[in-house]
Write a protein that binds this ligand. Structure first.
Ligand SMILES: O=C(CO)COP(=O)(O)O
Length: 123
């Protein structure tokens, strides 16, 4: 399975916590991340990640392109619902292409648990 992991700054601690809790299952996957999220995950969980650019510098679009290519099976995108992002158009494009390609997308930890359970057979 190829899983994309992305978190806005206020949610990065939650992302590291989530990945740590599911390290066995996620460790079997190819993990694709945006830049800073991936650095946190790699440094703090030891899992290997394929880091793209940071979100504000095109990382969301790079992951969106992989989704368009059929190269991603599921996306966990812990979005900050309380902070405006300068690269909101890129974020919208990523969310949209998930719907276009019918790729499972979780935007909070509760749904991310279900996504991991559904795709990887673990909650
Ligand atoms: O901004 C992001 C997603 O929109 C995440 O990017 P970083 O992981 O580089 O912080």
């Amino acid at each position: 399975m190829r899983i994309a992991l992305i978190a806005h700054d206020e949610l990065k601690d939650e992302m590291v916590e989530f990945v740590t809790a599911h390290a066995d299952a996620l460790g079997q996957c190819e993990l694709v991340t945006t830049g800073t999220t991936g650095k946190r995950i790699a440094d703090e969980t030891g899992l290997a990640v394929n880091r793209q650019a940071s979100g504000p510098y095109g990382g969301d679009l790079q992951i969106g392109a992989k989704i368009a290519d059929g190269a991603i099976d599921g996306v966990v995108f812990l979005r900050d619902p309380l902070t405006a992002q300068a690269h909101e158009p890129d974020i919208s494009a990523l969310l949209r292409v998930c719907d276009v390609k019918d790729v499972p997308l979780a935007t909070n930890v509760a749904s991310a648990e279900l996504l991991v359970d559904g795709l990887l057979g673990e909650a």
